[in-house]
Design a binder for this molecule. Structure first.
Ligand code: ZN
Length: 132
């Protein structure tokens, strides 16, 4: 089963919690045991799994990535979003979560985040549920 999530970002750099949407896709699939594969088909966005309880953590990650990869640093890529491409490379564009008893095996403090690095935009995220 495959499902496409619609994600609408409001800021240039933003983490959007998609855990509930991924859980909904898993519920619809009826799969009890397997793997949930989350894939972002974009070159200036990513996906990561990290702390969901304290929103400060997302801000700290975004700020840290921005310190590592400033917006304007004389990049060769002339589209004006080279930093977003690099940040996407750092977070990666996919994540996998094992499924047990019909639930994602996320840790207590973990959430799944769509990572926007060149918003605001309308984005898509692929959720593939693999039985096994
Ligand atoms: Zn570009």
């Amino acid at each position: 089963m495959i499902k496409y999530l619609n994600v609408r970002s409001k800021q240039r750099n933003e983490f959007i919690d998609i855990t509930a949407q991924v859980e909904e896709a898993l519920g619809e699939s009826g799969v009890q045991e397997g793997v949930c594969y989350i894939y972002v088909p974009h070159t200036t966005a990513g996906v990561t799994i990290n702390e969901g309880a304290d929103p400060s953590v997302q801000r700290d990650i975004i700020n840290s990535l921005t310190r590592l990869v400033p917006h304007d640093m004389g990049y060769f890529h002339r589209e004006g979003n080279a930093d977003a491409h690099v940040k996407s490379g750092l977070t990666g564009v996919s994540a996998c979560v094992p499924i047990e008893a019909g639930k994602l095996t996320l840790g207590t403090w973990q959430s799944i985040y769509f990572c926007e690095f060149d918003g605001p935009r309308h984005r898509r995220c692929v959720v593939k549920i693999i039985r096994g």
